[in-house]
Design a protein around this ligand. Structure first.
Ligand code: SF4
Length: 239
């Protein structure tokens, strides 16, 4: 997404606000980030990418319950490619869509194990892999090639929209504002941590129905909170 084109069409937040967003979030994450096995310093690229595939449409706490056993049973793309459907189903059935997930996981594992466990480097080639959408392609670039890419899902979208303002299109994959904003937001020295920080804030503080703004590290820069306070004060709800 090119900066010049986006800025011509859509008003983007200032870099000062984006820098503050990164700083406040990373500061909060240091003491409040969730601990998951795939976030260990020793996690391999295989373990990181498998985690992201399992996390799609599934709560992190649910994946954490079986993740260690999963990587013990299938410790590499090669072992995963050779997995029998009924062995995979033990892990995937509880998280839904298990037949579809198992099919695309084995197809992907087959391909990657034939490449000696290495993903392609270029986005077009990554996108062409079975079962790989924008989110997983970004995860591959982020974890395997240290590119600052956003793990943009509905949770990250919610935080960004509340802090910076709403998107224009309903599908986050095609919304140019969110796509550009998320890519700039994670463009820092610690893109992994920044991504995890946003996702953790969405899970712990900036919840869908009940944002806990008073406990939020971003409250001083958040548009949603400012509007809520203005509305409450105008309608006499703030004493
Ligand atoms: S201040 Fe409230 S709405 Fe804004 S990011 Fe924090 S929890 Fe979410």
């Amino acid at each position: 997404m090119r900066k010049g084109k986006i800025q011509k069409d859509i008003k983007m937040p200032s870099m000062t606000k984006i820098r503050l967003f990164r700083r406040l979030l990373l500061g909060w994450y240091k003491n409040n980030g969730r601990i998951f096995p795939w976030r260990n310093k020793s996690a391999t690229n295989y373990e990181l990418i498998i985690a992201e595939i399992l996390l799609q449409r599934t709560r992190a706490e649910t994946v954490a319950e079986f993740y260690k056993d999963f990587v013990k049973r299938f410790p590499s793309w090669k072992k995963l490619a050779a997995a029998r459907e009924r062995d995979l189903s033990v892990f995937l059935r509880p998280i839904g869509l298990w037949r579809r997930r198992s099919r695309s996981l084995r197809l992907l594992a087959n391909l990657i194990s034939r490449r000696n466990g290495k993903f392609p480097r270029h986005r077009e080639e990554i996108n062409a892999l079975p079962g790989v959408g924008q989110y997983i392609a970004n995860a591959v670039l982020l974890f395997c090639y240290q590119k600052p890419q956003p793990l943009l899902d509905i949770n990250m979208a919610r935080v960004l929209e509340r802090v910076f303002g709403p998107r224009k299109l309903s599908d986050i994959r095609y919304d140019p504002y969110l796509q550009y904003l998320s890519s700039i937001a994670v463009k820092c020295r610690k893109p992994r941590e920044l991504n995890w920080a946003v996702l953790d804030l969405a899970a712990i503080i900036c919840k869908d129905n009940e944002p806990r703004c008073n406990n939020c590290p971003l409250k001083i820069i958040c548009s949603y909170r400012r509007k809520t306070i203005t509305y409450k004060s105008k309608s006499g709800l703030l004493k």
